[in-house]
Design a binder for this molecule. Sequence first.
Ligand SMILES: *Cc1c(COP(=O)(O)O)cnc(C)c1O
Length: 382
Amino acid sequence: MTLSDLQAIESAHVIPSYARYPVEIVRGEGTRMWDAEGAEYLDFLSGISVLNVGHCHPAVVEAVREQAGRLTHTTNLFYTEPAMRLAERLATSSLGGKVFFCNSGTEANEAALKLVRKAKPRGEIVVLHGGFHGRTYGSLSATPQESKQAPFAPLVPGFVVVQPTVAAIEAAVHEGTAAVLLEPIQGETGVHPIPDEVLLAARAACDRVGAALVFDEIQTGMGRTGTLWCYEQTPVVPDAITSAKALGGGLPIGALVTGPRLADVFAPGDHGSTFAGGPLVAAAANAAFELLADPGLLARVREHGELLKERLRALPGVENVRGRGLMVGFEVADAPAFAKRSLLEQRLVVNATGPATIRLLPPLVVTAAEIDDAVSRLARLL
Ligand SMILES: *Cc1c(COP(=O)(O)O)cnc(C)c1O
């Protein structure tokens, strides 16, 4: 089938919820992808921070092959070793409590929302302007963007939206607050780190009223910012985190991870999912986890992040370079056109998060030479 065959099927039979580039990808390896004509692309988006270990990492491929031939699904009526091992690793690598598995980021946030409401019945959830938490109703209700919410009203009640400032958070949190939910670095709206003093204020406000502080680490987690979890580089420890994207090494899995205080809020029957934590995705996640928890790799992410930002700052026409580790954003004129030219003319995959913002999320296995190569390709566009 040619690209135009695929486009014809799409226009006849695929619900048009995505704007695709006119490129058919057929293969990936490490930091590279190839299209159907054999052209090679340097991938500085990683499937939106899913492929932190790179495309088709041999350890993930091997784990999937082995598990696919042994057992792919059982439901949660039974035990499987990959799921229990993954839960243990996730909990002991972070907050020390317990894990609920699901299949995506938005579902991880749904689980968090249900959990904090059960912990404080009918409680309000405070979220931040510029936040993104997903597309299903609870997560969408926590995502204060007019264009994403308005067509789907009425939303889930009980969400309170504030600016990411100390004063706004202090004023919004009261005895009836169940949780503050935030991304430590807002990703979908353009790589905006939440300042430490705002995180400290959220922590203190939650402690004052017995509310839960929940970090959405779906994009910032799994090594993206140079530590396994982004909260490790902040002055606060949340009560729960949500994970997905890179967790499965390229396969779909999500998780809610709690600290000790929230570990036993759910009881059997409170929440569930048929596929959740299945042995195939859990085997892939265990392999990805092994790779991304490596302190040597994480140190390189921090170094390479600094290198990438330094190189970008030297480019004319690039402004306000920011981010942590290999989660980097910058401003450029007409970002959507810039991202498209980067893909089609320079074969470098980048992402426009808005009219003036480019986001870079390369695989964490990227080399210094590839960073130089990517920045040279960007320079040719400017
Ligand atoms: C991608 C993302 C989500 C949603 O994850 P899906 O797997 O697309 O449902 C939620 N929160 C953040 C911070 C994300 O980056």
